[in-house]
Design a protein around this ligand. Structure first.
Ligand code: GDP
Length: 198
């Protein structure tokens, strides 16, 4: 799929504020600093559609971008910075949980993971939550330019083994580097395929 138009539509602080039309949402989420804004800018070919920031946890709203007048790319708040939280669920804001678990607009969720890190407890908790609620999702391993091919393969294998302990079937897996622009085509083609089935 080629992106010919990408327009900011709205920022929502509550589920009631997200668009009410019938176009499908394809959403992106991950721990703060995982490279979500960079990936969104790479996918859309716009340098500053999503704000790339060194400050973790800065964006707390749901941002909708209308793509080709056809679907929404949704930039969700980063998770994992609720340092005062006591329960595991509080790692994920009410807004994130409302949208991800309850919003019927959401067609597919891309969960971003830093390819350099071993499986992180908070990501595994989030993935488990998605599984428990039957949310359609895939994994995007980011910043692959920071690893050699062999290191990346080891990292992906480690993740697959960890997930296989709990899951019978693995979700779709993508790799990306915003520095090199890699992964863009695969992710957009996947979305394109989903759109033909909508
Ligand atoms: P966000 O908080 O998840 O939106 O993450 P950002 O997109 O703001 O990226 C966090 C930091 O990682 C920034 O310093 C980016 O320049 C850097 N970064 C993001 N993606 C990549 C990538 O693919 N390769 C490299 N080398 N750095 C990246």
């Amino acid at each position: 799929m080629q992106i010919t138009r990408a327009e900011f539509k709205c920022s929502s602080a509550q589920l009631a504020q997200v668009p009410s039309d019938s176009l499908p949402d394809f959403a992106f989420i991950g721990r703060s600093n995982v490279g979500k804004s960079s990936l969104i800018n790479t996918l859309t070919g716009r340098n500053s559609l999503a704000k790339v920031s060194g400050t973790p946890g800065k964006t707390r709203l749901i941002n909708h971008f209308l793509i080709n007048g056809q679907w929404y790319l949704v930039d969700l708040p980063g998770y994992g910075y609720a340092r005062t939280s006591k329960s595991q669920r509080e790692d994920f804001s009410r807004l994130i949980l409302d949208y991800v678990l309850r919003c019927e607009r959401m067609h597919f969720l891309f969960v971003l993971l830093d390819s350099r890190l071993e499986p992180q407890a908070i990501d595994l908790r989030f993935i488990r939550l998605l599984g428990e609620h039957g949310v359609p999702f895939g994994l995007v391993f980011t910043k692959t330019d920071k690893l050699s091919r062999a290191q990346l393969d080891r990292s992906l294998d480690r993740y697959r083994r960890t997930l296989a302990e709990e899951w019978e079937e693995l979700p779709p897996i993508f790799t990306s580097s915003s520095l090199r622009g890699s992964g863009r085509e695969e992710i957009l083609d996947f979305i394109g395929q989903c759109l033909t089935q909508c």
